[in-house]
Design a protein around this ligand. Sequence first.
Ligand SMILES: [Zn+2]
Length: 209
Amino acid sequence: MTSVIGYARTMFHGGRFTPPDLPTFADHVNRFHETLEALRADFGDESLTARITDQQFLQGPLSDAMTHAGQLAMLRRLVGSPVPSENFIFADVRRENVSAAQPEPAAPDEWWRADDAPRPPGASKSASDDRVADRAQTPGVSRSIVGFHTDDVGDWVADLECGHSQHVRHNPPWQNRPWVVTPEGRAHYLGTELRCVVCLESGTDRPQR
Ligand SMILES: [Zn+2]
């Protein structure tokens, strides 16, 4: 994806785009967004003239990049860490923000919850059947989130109303809770219920306030 976006930039600047390999996945993600930001700036720079038309940008490198985004979405779904549900007609898409920090879905499917991604496809007939089955089968007692803290290694932990706690890690692409790393995101999830297994095992059925 970085290569096709960087290639698109050569339609403004000439030359070749041959990015070197980078040590980590996070480095690649950062470079992708930097390259996308640079292309966005190129489009807004009136001193530059592209040697292809806007339609060619769309039918070529931009469609190419979106195809790869679809491939990533498919792989994420298969591995059990799907991208957030969204109706992109209503998504909060802003041309000034091409960073990795994107808003939560504006119009997700009704069953979708940011803090509890659906399982990979399996025996159930539909994704919503999966959701209902998962909810019924997830062990534990429903407890509201009353706060957050980080553990010794910096992973986020939700403080529950019962006094117990539960990890809410953001470790993409395996565990995806981008909301947990921002103060605004955490504030949004205060009051959301998680299933407390400790309460279940201790036989507690009421919050200990
Ligand atoms: Zn508990």
